[in-house]
Design a protein around this ligand. Structure first.
Ligand SMILES: Cc1cc2nc3c(=O)[nH]c(=O)nc-3n(C[C@H](O)[C@H](O)[C@H](O)COP(=O)(O)OP(=O)(O)OC[C@H]3O[C@@H](n4cnc5c(N)ncnc54)[C@H](O)[C@@H]3O)c2cc1C
Length: 468
């Protein structure tokens, strides 16, 4: 009887356990979660007034192969009727003290729009004629400045990456953060040419939900009870899967490899022998529980840093009629390093607003790669900074009826230039020694919920073939 242990009960760990239960030959699957709750960074808080507050991720994108995979999972878990979705909404930049809409139509592509001095079309045309680089990897800033010019790097990709990775494009790796775009340049000499000439995915779509999302042109989605509903559904399904056990308050404190090719997991003073372990925890945390005789491996794991993000959820006690409604706005680092951006939660999912009185909800994201500038501030000071930034940037005022400041420590791993070399060394180490260990989770190949679920599926499918 083969046993698989999954370390970590975040979305990656639960997805790994889900696919293991469906596709593998492991008769016993143990999920070990250190804290008393499942979900990791997914934290949807329900208030008695009916409102849902998201402290971590708040929406999932249906696009791409990984997005499709999550929708298939949503359908499989019978969550389709719980989905809340929206079409593309306006997105803004906050530059030089004003909000600038990003182009959202073909017409807008041909006009120069603030803060850009030229039209988007002219940057696109410039890109087509740039020479391909021979660099193995470079920063997102260097890549974008080279291909599209400084304005696109500073005003488009700088804020975008602050929104996705809470990171600095001067250090983040183009190859690891945007692998698809990186490959298009390598294969077609240009991103635009790559988009035009790369073969389109013609695979048959069987999922009804994927078809529905395409037909209705979903841009992003969540669930009636927030993103945590996905975790709850995964948990419910796992608890009904024969041979699967979920243990919370079960921190894995040590992992050591035995001479007979197994792994021993220490948890709460007990030892569990596993045929295979799936670690879904942050790489640095994994390095801390691995035995000392793997020093080069643990040293590489420690080289993947992660940033702290301060999330401030603010509720105003009135329905504000926003002049610029939409998904939210992002700030380039040249504008304000500390504040990354603001999500207009009530515009995106008004269903999550409180039911008793009219209200408007926002989330201010701060810190990330610039967290040092917030270090030492009290919760009260962080709250004041978030509210004053929100009021100034939105041009609003009002009575704050709810506010919650959450410091998320080391929550978004940073794929710095050269990340692919680190991964190569890490995965070669495992492969060369035939270690019964799989690495899933946001530290390696994409931090979005879609990446986490899809990468867990891919790894389980690969490993299942070895244990058949
Ligand atoms: C503020 C914020 C906003 C985000 N917004 C979005 C968004 O809108 N859309 C999107 O797609 N993505 C978003 N993301 C990214 C996404 O939420 C995360 O990358 C993803 O949730 C990571 O999941 P994970 O399971 O890999 O890791 P985690 O969520 O970190 O889960 C790991 C789990 O392992 C447990 N653990 C740690 N050590 C041990 C141990 N020794 N033994 C046992 N258990 C252990 C932890 O307690 C945790 O529960 C956001 C992230 C943050 C932080």
């Amino acid at each position: 009887m083969k046993t698989a242990v999954v370390i970590g009960g975040g979305v990656s760990g639960l997805a790994a356990a889900h696919y293991l239960g469906k596709k593998s030959n492991f008769a016993k699957i143990l999920v070990l979660e250190a804290s008393s709750r499942l979900g990791g960074w997914l934290q949807s808080i329900h208030h008695p007034d009916g409102s849902v507050q998201e402290l971590g991720p708040r929406s999932i994108r249906p696009a791409g192969r990984a997005g499709q995979n999550t929708l298939e999972l949503v359908e499989e878990l019978n969550l389709a009727d719980q989905v809340l979705w929206v079409r593309a909404q306006n997105r803004y930049l906050y530059v030089n003290g004003e909000k600038c809409a990003l182009p959202n139509s073909l017409g807008a592509l041909v006009k120069a729009q603030k803060p850009f001095s030229r039209s988007f079309l002219s940057y696109i045309m410039k890109e087509v004629f740039q020479k391909r680089s021979d660099e193995e990897d470079e920063s997102i800033y260097d890549f974008m400045e080279r291909r599209m010019g400084k304005e696109m790097a500073c005003y488009a990709f700088d804020p975008l990456c602050r929104g996705i990775f809470a990171g600095d494009i001067r250090h983040l790796s183009m190859r690891s953060c945007f692998p698809e775009l990186y490959k298009l340049e390598k294969h077609y000499g240009s991103i635009v040419k790559g988009f035009l000439f790369s073969p389109k995915d013609k695979s048959q779509i069987t999922s009804k939900l994927v078809k529905k999302a395409r037909l209705e042109r979903w841009s992003t989605y969540s669930f009636r009870r927030g993103v945590l509903q996905l975790v709850n559904a995964l948990e419910e399904s796992l608890r009904q899967t024969k041979g699967t056990e979920i243990h919370t308050d079960a921190p894995c404190s040590k992992l050591h490899f035995t001479s007979d090719g197994k792994l021993v997991v220490s948890v709460n003073g007990e030892e569990v022998k596993a045929d295979h372990v799936f670690s879904s925890i942050y790489a640095k945390n994994l390095s801390q529980i691995l035995s000392k005789d793997h020093s080069s491996f643990t040293s590489d794991l420690r080289k993947i840093p992660a940033v702290n993000v301060v999330v401030v959820c603010v509720e105003i006690a009135e329905k504000l009629n926003l002049i610029e409604s939409g998904f939210g706005h992002l700030l380039p680092s040249s504008e304000d390093r500390k504040v990354l951006g603001v999500v207009y939660d009530s515009c995106v999912f008004p269903q999550h607003d409180r039911q008793d009185i009219p209200s408007s909800r926002f989330t201010v994201m701060m810190g990330g790669a610039w967290y040092e500038e917030l270090k030492g501030m009290s919760d009260q000071e962080l709250q004041e900074l978030a509210i004053s930034s929100l009021f100034t940037q939105m041009g609003i005022s009002g009575t704050v009826s709810k506010v919650k400041v959450t410091l998320m420590k080391e929550c978004i791993p940073q794929y710095l230039v050269g990340h692919h070399q680190l991964l190569e060394r890490i995965f070669t180490y495992i492969q060369d020694r035939n270690l019964p260990l799989s690495l899933v989770g946001s530290s390696y190949r994409g931090p979005s919920i879609n990446d986490c679920i899809n990468n867990a599926r891919i790894e389980v499918e690969r490993i299942s073939k070895l244990y058949c």
